[in-house]
Design a binder for this molecule. Structure first.
Ligand SMILES: [Cu+2]
Length: 113
């Protein structure tokens, strides 16, 4: 393969990668919740069944995404600054979550048909 051909293939790969990244944030099956040191934003969100909710720690300290229902199996554990936690909601209901480190940080995901 000539160096020029290799460069053009590399450029195509970079463009494809960038498009894939952009597609991620525009994915209708994904909803993003920011966790900063003031709480969850948004703290209430309504999503259709099958949506993946991603919590992103935009704060300077660790937080958790802990479901009120203890045995639901999607506790994030300690989410360090910059880290993301995701859970896909497969059934309808209202799912309350809170941060174990900060009692005032509470949110709810309402999953609708
Ligand atoms: Cu917190």
């Amino acid at each position: 393969m000539s160096p020029a051909r290799r460069r053009s293939l590399l450029a195509a790969a970079v463009v494809t990668g960038a498009m894939t990244l952009a597609g991620c944030t525009a994915d209708p099956d994904v909803a993003v919740v920011s966790v900063d040191d003031g709480g969850f934003e948004p703290s209430t969100l309504t999503v259709p069944v099958g949506t993946e909710v991603r919590w992103v720690n935009d704060g300077a300290t660790w937080h958790t995404v802990t479901p009120e229902e203890a045995d639901s199996g999607w506790d994030s554990g300690r989410l360090r600054p910059g880290r993301t936690f995701a859970h896909r909601f497969g059934e309808e209901g209202a799912f309350v979550f809170r941060c174990e480190a900060h009692a005032q940080e509470v949110g709810v995901v309402e999953v609708v048909p």
